[in-house]
Every structure is written in structure tokens, then in C-alpha cells.
Design a protein around this ligand. Structure first.
Ligand SMILES: *Cc1c(COP(=O)(O)O)cnc(C)c1O
Length: 433
């Protein structure tokens, strides 16, 4: 399969180049050049298949031989070492729980798959690649765990000092081995600027192969298609009418939504999508007006989607050949205030005994408000409620339990390098390793 650059559709790269580069030199994003359609027989037989079987079939089809089949099978089994259950919350309304992986957010799926692809390409050429990540929460933990122990890959996580809670920090700072945690005496923007400088440093890049693990990497998007298929398979198993399936997706950088659109292109019956926003409603605003107007993000209780300039917007546009009319035929959107999100968390718990995090609650509430008669709705629940315990406990006015899988991280030994902000320190550190 060839991958084209959204800024310059005549520019093609291989899967390996797309994964290694992350984004094109001109800032464009990579997308598969012709998305293959799965045979209808496959869709009809999905009900009998496991998550791993469905994912392997979809991946083999989408990658078109770019990764050896046996290797790909191992990658899929390792990526999806946890279940992605579809839970019925209310009549015709389901939550797809994407958070049963090691760091309990849906980012585990993309990060684990990318870790393996990167390791596969690096070891194939006997190289070592260094992955630089800046994080203020979920992505650092998911990437570090997804890449942990993988041959040929080193991960350097930069994060602002004192900005993360102990649990967030522990998810990457207690791993050791090929994962290095650096707390920076500065802000998240300082961390990002240090990484940007490293990428622009031609001399450094002659001695170290650098790559980024940002969600714009196609390797993180591809595996996110799998669970859309698995959700429909689980509906089939329950005997639902799958011609009327609507997905409600909490939207940050729009990676999850882009993966859903790609799954639909591959032939998965999805009637439409609902984009669920918080007060950072840049995409919802676009759907309502046709104007894409990025702006500074404001903090909300659904903080993982506090994004002011959704990066995958370029992919959504490209997938619909730039047609606003085509986009709004498939995707509708709505935004909730913090107060509405909080009320939704409480309502879901009181009325349905369903405990969910602020992002899942946003998607479920917006689904509820928009589902038409005859439709079946699936909301993506992207994080375990305990990852956003403050917001959930405030909404419920009671404490919630933290699962042992998360507490485990706190039992490890914290191993952190402290660094001043500014590129010089990072450069010195990278060259000394
Ligand atoms: C990253 C994240 C999102 C947003 O996903 P995108 O693919 O960036 O739109 C939603 N929920 C949670 C919990 C996240 O960590």
C-alpha cells in the first residue's frame, strides 16, 4: 500500500517511511492511497470471530503485504492483549469500553501497535530509533508502555515538572529499560519546543535516528479501525440491525473519528458519526458553519479533548475530497459544557448504574440527544473513570475505586532525569546516551 501526503497528493511514501517520518517534511499527513473494500462475506461472518481474528483480517487487508503475515499476526495479538467489550447502557445505547489496556485509555491500542511497527522496521535495518514524546497526561503513559522493552526503540518522555499527578507520572516514570523520563523545569509548550528543536537539528539527526510518536502517525490510526469492526461484530452477536449503527466519538485531535471514517470506507456498515466535543468545539463549529477556525484551547473536565487545533482535520477533509457537504452527510456534531458533562456522569450512574469518565459521558450524552428512532448507538468510552477520578468524584459526590492495574504503577521505583527547559540541555543529554 502506498501512502500519500495530504498537502501534496502526488507525493507517495511506503508504510515504513510514513511510520518513521510521522508527518511529511511540509507538515502534511499520510493516508493510504486507495482504501480497499473488504468482501461483504467478511462483514457477515464477523459475529463468529474474536477481536484478534477480526483485527488481523482487517490489518492484512489494509496493509496489503507491507508486513509479513506471521509477524503481523503476532503484532495484533500483542497489541490487543485485552478485551474491548461493548456494554449495553440503555436500550439501543452502548458504550464501547476501549480502556481495558495497560494504561487504561484507548491510546494503548494505537501506541502498542506503533511500538511494534517501529521496532519491526528498526530491527530489520539493524538500527536504533529514538522516540521523543512530550506529554501532559495520557499519551506519555500509553506510548511508554506501548514501546517498553521493544528492541531497536528508545523512548524519551518529556513532561512539565509538577504538572502531572503521581499516577500519571508513574505510568512512564517507573518503567526503566528503554524508557527515559525527563521532567522539565518549564511548561508543556517548553517541552514541545525542545522536541521541535531536536527535529530541526540536522547535526544531531546524523548521529541519532529520531521519530515522533504523536497521534498524527499513521501507525497509531490504523489499529484504531479494528475496534469499530469489533463493535459491529458484537452488535451482530446480539442480533441487532447493523444497518442503522451510529458511532458517537469524543473528539480531540480527531484520530479516533478518522479511523472510524476509514473503517466505513473499508465496507463496515456505519450509518453516521456524531462528533462529541466539550467547550473546545472547533470541529463542531466547522460542522455547523463550514468554517475551520482553530483557537487557543480552554481547560475543561474532559481534558484529553482540550484541543484548539485538531491535527487530523486535514485527514478528514482529504478523505472527503474537501467536500463540506459530503462531510456533514456522514458526520454531525454537538458540544457540551463542563456542567452538562458533569450532569451526564451523574445521570448515567444514578439512572443506569453506569460509571463512566468525562469523555465517555460526553459521547453517551450527545448520543442520547441525537439518536433517531430505529438507530442503534455506540459511544466510544476512551478512558477508565479512575483516570479522571477528580471529575467523576465531583460529579457523583462520592469516591470511586482505583483499579489495581493502575495502582501497580505507583509501586514501582520512580526513575526521572531533571532538566532545565531550553534545547541545549536536551541536546547534551541525547548525545551522551
Ligand atoms: C486522546 C484522547 C481522546 C481524543 O482522541 P483523538 O483521537 O485525539 O480525537 C479522547 N479521550 C481520551 C481519554 C483521550 O486520551
Amino acid at each position: 500500500m502506498r501512502y500519500y501526503n495530504t498537502n501534496n497528493p502526488e507525493h507517495y511514501v511506503t508504510l515504513e517511511q510514513a511510520v518513521m517520518q510521522g508527518r511529511a517534511p511540509d507538515g502534511g499527513l499520510f493516508l493510504p492511497q486507495g482504501i480497499p473494500q473488504l468482501p461483504t462475506a467478511f462483514i457477515q461472518n464477523m459475529a463468529m470471530m474474536s477481536l484478534q481474528e477480526i483485527s488481523y483480517a482487517v490489518a492484512n487487508f489494509a496493509l496489503q503485504g507491507d508486513v509479513d503475515s506471521q509477524v503481523l499476526k503476532r503484532m495484533i495479538d500483542d497489541t490487543l492483549c485485552f478485551d474491548i467489550p461493548l456494554v449495553e447502557v440503555a436500550s439501543r445505547r452502548y458504550a464501547l469500553e476501549l480502556y481495558h489496556g495497560p494504561t487504561m485509555s484507548f491510546k494503548d491500542v494505537g501506541a502498542r501497535f506503533m511500538g511494534q511497527l517501529l521496532s519491526y522496521f528498526a530491527t530489520k535495518h539493524n538500527k536504533e530509533v529514538t522516540v521523543l514524546v512530550a506529554t501532559s497526561g495520557n499519551s506519555g503513559g500509553a506510548v511508554a508502555n506501548g514501546f517498553y522493552g521493544r528492541p531497536g526503540v528508545k523512548v524519551v518522555v518529556l513532561y512539565p515538572q509538577d504538572a502531572l499527578d503521581n499516577l500519571q507520572e508513574a505510568q512512564f516514570a517507573t518503567l526503566g529499560d528503554n524508557v527515559i523520563a525527563i521532567e522539565v523545569n518549564g511548561s508543556l509548550d517548553d517541552c514541545r519546543a525542545m522536541i521541535t528543536s531536536a527535529f530541526a537539528d540536522a547535526e544531531l539527526r546524523e548521529s541519532i535516528a529520531l521519530t515522533s510518536a504523536r497521534s498524527i502517525n499513521i501507525a497509531r490510526l490504523l489499529p484504531q479501525m479494528f475496534y469499530y469492526f469489533y463493535a459491529v461484530a458484537q452488535l451482530q452477536r446480539r442480533g441487532c440491525d447493523v444497518s442503522q449503527v451510529v458511532f458517537s466519538v469524543p473528539c480531540g485531535n480527531l484520530g479516533n473519528l478518522t479511523a472510524g471514517v476509514m473503517a466505513k470506507r473499508m465496507g463496515l456498515p456505519i450509518k453516521r458519526f456524531i462528533a462529541a466535543d466539550n467547550a473546545n468545539d472547533i470541529f463542531t463549529h466547522y460542522l455547523a458553519t463550514g468554517k475551520f477556525e482553530p483557537r487557543e484551547a480552554v481547560p475543561t473536565i474532559a481534558s484529553a479533548i482540550d484541543i484548539g487545533n485538531p491535527r487530523n482535520f486535514a485527514r478528514i477533509q482529504s478523505l472527503y475530497a474537501g467536500s463540506y457537504d459530503a462531510i456533514v452527510r456522514d458526520i454531525q456534531g454537538m458540544a457540551l459544557s463542563d456542567e452538562e458533562i458533569s450532569r451526564a456522569i451523574k445521570h448515567l450512574w444514578r439512572k443506569y448504574s453506569y460509571l463512566t469518565d468525562p469523555h465517555g459521558a460526553t459521547a453517551l450524552e450527545i448520543l442520547d440527544r441525537n439518536l433517531a428512532p430505529g438507530e442503534t448507538g455506540v459511544a466510544l468510552a476512551t478512558a477508565h473513570p479512575a483516570k479522571y477520578a477528580d471529575a467523576v468524584e465531583n460529579a457523583l459526590e462520592q469516591m470511586i475505586p482505583v483499579p489495581d492495574a493502575l495502582l501497580q504503577f505507583l509501586r514501582g521505583t520512580r526513575n526521572v532525569v531533571s532538566m532545565n527547559s531550553g534545547y541545549a540541555s536536551l541536546r547534551r543529554f541525547l548525545l551522551s546516551k
